[in-house]
Design a protein around this ligand. Structure first.
Ligand code: BES
Ligand code: ZN
Length: 626
C-alpha cells in the first residue's frame, strides 16, 4: 500500500515538473524551457513509467528490447506521442489495454538529424488507460552503449557492456522521450547470453549473483531519461558501509574499495549540508579504462573511471562530485541542456564543500586553484557565446559543446554568493532550494526567480540581480569573483622560480613532501618550453615518465610533447592506447596535432587506439585529425 502511494506521488511530481517549463523568450529568441535536443511532444503527453525488457546479446553486440510505456495526456485529446530514437530497428508498436488485449498501433518515423536521431510518431490509443509497447533492436554502433572485448577489461577474461546516456544517448538504446524535463520511474528485466552480472541505476541486490536466469530492477523514484543506466560484466560487490559499496571486476575490487573507503563519510558530509540522501543506496561501478568520462552520476550507482585509483586516495574528489549530483542534478535537474550549469555548477560547488569536510580545507583550496587555472586557460579559446552559464546550444550536438564553463564558472558564482551572504544564510538557501524543487526539472529562469525571492530580496543590499545576471548571461568571469589561495601553492611558486633561475637544483625540490595537488600545480605552472637537459634532470630525479598517477602522468606527457622529450613517447603511446577518458587523452592528441613533427605519429597512435575508444571520444578526436 505504502509503495503504491509513493508511486502516485512520484507520478504527480513527474507531471508537475514537466508542466513547469515556461514559454518565455530569452533575449536571443531562445524559448526558455524548450528542449532543442528532443523531438518529444512533452506539452501534449508525457511518459510516467517505462517497463523495459532487455535480451543482451554479446555475440552480435545488440540488445533486443521492449519498452512498455505508461503515459499521461497533458493536453486533452492529444492524438500522438512522439518518441526519440537513434539507430534503432523498430519491430512493431502495439497498445496493451488493462484486460491484456493487444492491438497494433499506427506509427511512422518523423524528422531525422545526425545529432538528434529520428522521431517516432505513434498514434495514441483512445482513452487513457492503455500502455504502449515498442519492440526494437539496438545497433552494434549504438552511441549510448560501449561493447568491450575481454582484452579491453581489467581482468581480460570476459566481455563488458556499459551505457552512457547523458546527454542525448538514451535514445540509441531505448525509444523514449529523451528530454531531461520528463521524469519517470522505470523497471527492467534483463537476460544475458553470458555468465555475467548486470547492474543498473536502480537497487542492485548484492545477494543476487552471476548465472541467474533473469535479473529484475526497480527504480521507484522519478528520474530523467539520461539517468537510466546499465552495466554488464564479470562484476562482484564489496561493501564500504551499510548503504555504500563497489561493483568491479575481481582484479580491481579490493583496490577500488580501499581507494573509495571515504564514500560513507562523504555521504554524511553531504547530508549534514543539504539534507538526507534521497536514494537509499549509493554504489560505485568501476568501468574499464575506455570510459570517456571521469564519472557519471547514475542514481544509486555512479559510473567511475579506474584512472582515479591512484593508490593514495588523492583523486577521490571525483566521488564527491558524482555523489553531490544525488542532490544537484538527480534530485533537482536541468530542464534542458542549456541549463546544464544548474547540474554541474552546483555539483562542483557542492563537491568542494564535501572535499573540505572529508579531506580538509587546504586540499579543497588547492583543487579550487587548479580548476580556476584550467578555466582561465580554456576560456581564452572559447567564443563569448560559450562563456555564458546559460548556453545557447541550438543546432549543436551537446557532446561538442562540453567545456569547463558550466562547472567552474558555475561554482565560482556560488562561491561568490557564499562569500557575500555568509555560510549560514547561503547553506540554508541551498538546502531549501533542493527541497523546494526536489524531483523536478527546472530552467535557469526558474532558478533566477527563486533566488531573487529567497536570497537576494530576503537579505537586501548584499548583491544585486544585475550582478547575478552578469554571471549567468554574460561572457567572462565577473570582477566579483572570489579567488582561493593557499600557502602550499605559494611555496611552490617560490621554489619554481628558484629552480628556473638555477638557484636550487632539482634534488633540492622537497618533492617527498608534496601531495598530488602540489605535483599538479608544480608541473602545470612550469614554462611550456625549456631546455632538454632540464627535462632529463626532472625526469631522472622525479621519475615522471613512470608516474602511476594518471593526472600527473598526463601533465608530464603534455610537457614531453611540447619539449620533444622522446624518452616519454613509448609511455605516451601506452597511455593513449589503454585509457579512453576524454579529459586525459584529448589534450595530448591536440598537442601532438599542433606540430608537423608529431602529427603523423599522433595519427598513427590514434589509428591503433581508436577502436578501443567510446564513440563520444572517437567523435572528439576524429575532429582533431580531420
Ligand atoms: N555528468 C557529468 C558527465 C557528463 C556531463 C556527461 C555532460 C555528458 C554530458 C559528470 O558528473 C561529470 O561531470 N564528470 C566529470 C567529473 C569531474 C568534473 C570531477 C568528468 O567526467 O570529468
Ligand atoms: Zn558532474
Amino acid at each position: 500500500m505504502k509503495k503504491i502511494q509513493i508511486f502516485c506521488v512520484l507520478i504527480l511530481l513527474a507531471t508537475i515538473s514537466a508542466c513547469n517549463h515556461q514559454t518565455k523568450k530569452a533575449s536571443n529568441n531562445i524559448i526558455v524551457g524548450k528542449d532543442y535536443h528532443s523531438y518529444a511532444n512533452v506539452d501534449e503527453v508525457i511518459i510516467t513509467h517505462t517497463d523495459l525488457t532487455f535480451a543482451i546479446n554479446f555475440d552480435d553486440n545488440t540488445i533486443d528490447g521492449s519498452n512498455k510505456i505508461s503515459y499521461k495526456r497533458i493536453k486533452d485529446g492529444a492524438k500522438t506521442i512522439v518518441l526519440d530514437s537513434r539507430n534503432l530497428t523498430i519491430h512493431g508498436i502495439t497498445s496493451v489495454a488493462k484486460d491484456g488485449n493487444s492491438l497494433p498501433l499506427n506509427w511512422k518515423f518523423g524528422q531525422t538529424d545526425p545529432a538528434l536521431g529520428k522521431a517516432i510518431i505513434i498514434d495514441l490509443p483512445k482513452g487513457d488507460d492503455s500502455q504502449i509497447v515498442v519492440n526494437y533492436k539496438t545497433s552494434p554502433k549504438a552511441t549510448g552503449l560501449q561493447w568491450l572485448k575481454p582484452e579491453q577489461t581489467s581482468d581480460k577474461k570476459h566481455p563488458f557492456l556499459y551505457s552512457q546516456s547523458q546527454a542525448i544517448h538514451a535514445r540509441s538504446w531505448i525509444p523514449l522521450q529523451d528530454s531531461p524535463q520528463v521524469r519517470h520511474t522505470y523497471s527492467a528485466t534483463v537476460t544475458l547470453n553470458r555468465n555475467l552480472r548486470p547492474v543498473m541505476s536502480a537497487y542492485n541486490d548484492p545477494k543476487i549473483k552471476k548465472g541467474a536466469k533473469s535479473y529484475h530492477f526497480d527504480m521507484p523514484q522519478a528520474i530523467p531519461s539520461y539517468l537510466i543506466a546499465l552495466g554488464v560484466g564479470n562484476l562482484e560487490y564489496k561493501a564500504i558501509s551499510h548503504r555504500s559499496g563497489v561493483w568491479a571486476e575481481p582484479s580491481i575490487l579490493d583496490a577500488a574499495t580501499e581507494e573509495f573507503s571515504e564514500t560513507e563519510n562523504m555521504m554524511q558530509a553531504g547530508e549534514s549540508l543539504y539534507g538526507k540522501y534521497a536514494w537509499e543506496t549509493y554504489e560505485l561501478l568501476i568501468l574499464p579504462a575506455s570510459f570517456p568520462f571521469g564519472g557519471m552520476e547514475n542514481p544509486r550507482l555512479s559510473f567511475i573511471t579506474p584512472t582515479v585509483i591512484a593508490g593514495d586516495k588523492s583523486l577521490v574528489s571525483l566521488i564527491a562530485h558524482e555523489l553531490a549530483h544525488s542532490w544537484s542534478g538527480n534530485l533537482v535537474t536541468n530542464a534542458t541542456w542549456r541549463d546544464l550549469w544548474l547540474n554541474e555548477g552546483f555539483t562542483t560547488y557542492f563537491e568542494s564543500r564535501i572535499t573540505e569536510t572529508v579531506k580538509g580545507k587546504s586540499i579543497m583550496d588547492m583543487e579550487a586553484v587548479l580548476s580556476y587555472q584550467s578555466l582561465v586557460e580554456e576560456m581564452q579559446d572559447l567564443s563569448e557565446k560559450d562563456q555564458k552559464l546559460a548556453l545557447d546550444l541550438r543546432g549543436q550536438d551537446p557532446d561538442d559543446a562540453f567545456s569547463n564553463v558550466p562547472y567552474d564558472k558555475g561554482r565560482m558564482m556560488l562561491d561568490w554568493l557564499e562569500n557575500a551572504f555568509g555560510r549560514e544564510k547561503f547553506d540554508d538557501f541551498v538546502k531549501t532550494y533542493f527541497n523546494h524543487f526536489a524531483f523536478q526539472s527546472i530552467t535557469t529562469e526558474s532558478f533566477m526567480k527563486y533566488i531573487e525571492a529567497n536570497l537576494i530580496n530576503k537579505y537586501p543590499n548584499i548583491v544585486s540581480m544585475d550582478q547575478l545576471n552578469q554571471w549567468v548571461y554574460q561572457p567572462g568571469i565577473p570582477d566579483t569573483a572570489v579567488l582561493h589561495e593557499t600557502d602550499l601553492f605559494n611555496q611552490i611558486d617560490l621554489l619554481t622560480k628558484q629552480w628556473i633561475n638555477n638557484e636550487i637544483n632539482t634534488s633540492q625540490l622537497p618533492t617527498n613532501e608534496w601531495n598530488t595537488q602540489q605535483w599538479l600545480y608544480f608541473l602545470n605552472n612550469l614554462p611550456e618550453t625549456f631546455d632538454h637537459d632540464s627535462m632529463v634532470e626532472l625526469d631522472s630525479h622525479l621519475n615522471l615518465t613512470d608516474s602511476k598517477n594518471s593526472e600527473i602522468a598526463h601533465i608530464w606527457f603534455l610537457l614531453s610533447i611540447q619539449n620533444n622529450y622522446k624518452k616519454s613517447f613509448d609511455k605516451i603511446e601506452k597511455y593513449l592506447t589503454n585509457i579512453g577518458r576524454r579529459k586525459l587523452i584529448v589534450p595530448l592528441y591536440r598537442e601532438l596535432a599542433k606540430s608537423d613533427e608529431h602529427k603523423s605519429w599522433g595519427q598513427k597512435v590514434y589509428n591503433n587506439a581508436r577502436s578501443g575508444y567510446h564513440s563520444i571520444a572517437q567523435a572528439t578526436i576524429d575532429k582533431i585529425f580531420e
